[in-house]
Ligand binder design. Structure first.
Ligand code: SF4
Ligand code: F3S
Ligand code: FES
Length: 232
């Protein structure tokens, strides 16, 4: 099938502002958007710049805006798109080149919630055991691949520089509700601050954008409840 791709291009070394360039491609129904971007880059225009690595929805590096929605290019099939496709970089972050955005702000927010197990006390019995029910409390948020699709779909992050964003909250949730972890109060202190969970207006764009199907808004609400009722 024939497709027309409008891709937002920006090379800070020669462009004053971003502009769209059009590419006509032939793609198979089972091709993914990433296959088509590769086809353009390898056969037509080697200067087209985007991130990708695993090509299988695992590394989180190729999130981009495809026809107005944040998607992973390696997960989206061409057969699920119309013949005219617009591709833009994620919103809310500085564009480095074409579809590549500066992720520093994203990873600074991620680091601010200490996304690792804090368990300084000796467990005594060797293993830190956990029941299936305890594991279930944070199972969903272990699936995050740090693609930033949620954070850059959230209107609050478009207008505010200091909101930690849904991805950081998801990764805080993953440890706050882990029965083996002892750092919940430190993380909750960060998330109770002016840049934390109370900036969330329950808009649900984050949940809609997540390619891993994580219930992002639910995780945020659980963190809010933990702050209100000290459930951890
Ligand atoms: Fe990506 Fe989902 Fe993780 Fe957000 S929660 S960074 S959308 S995988
Ligand atoms: Fe934003 Fe998601 Fe909250 S879109 S406002 S973080 S529910
Ligand atoms: Fe790794 Fe798409 S290239 S998630």
């Amino acid at each position: 099938m024939e497709y027309t791709l409008r891709i937002k291009r920006y090379n800070p070394e020669k462009d004053v502002k971003p502009h769209f360039e059009e590419y006509k491609v032939t793609a198979d129904a089972k091709d993914r958007v990433l296959d088509v971007l590769n086809q353009i880059k390898w056969d037509e225009d080697g200067s087209l710049t985007y991130r990708r690595s695993c090509a299988h929805g695992i590394c989180g590096s190729d999130a981009m805006r495809i026809n107005g929605r944040n998607r992973l290019a390696c997960k989206l099939l061409m057969k699920d798109l119309p013949s005219k496709i617009t591709i833009e970089p994620l919103l809310g972050f500085k564009v480095v080149k074409d579809l590549v955005v500066d992720m520093n702000k994203f990873f600074d927010a991620y680091k601010s919630v200490q996304p690792y197990l804090i368990a300084d006390e000796h467990s005594g019995a060797g293993e830190r055991r956990q029941s299936p029910a305890q594991r279930e409390q944070f199972e969903d948020t272990t699936k995050c691949i740090l693609c930033a699709a949620c954070t850059t779909a959230c209107p609050v992050t478009w207008t505010s520089d200091d909101f930690v964003g849904p991805a950081a909250i998801v990764n805080a949730h993953r440890f706050i509700f882990d029965s083996r972890d002892q750092g919940a109060s430190q993380r909750l202190r960060v998330l109770n601050s002016g840049s934390g969970v109370w900036r969330c207006r329950t808009i649900f764009n984050c949940t809609d954008a997540c390619p891993r199907g994580i219930e992002v808004t639910r995780a945020i609400e659980e963190v809010k409840r933990a702050l209100l009722y000290e459930q951890v």
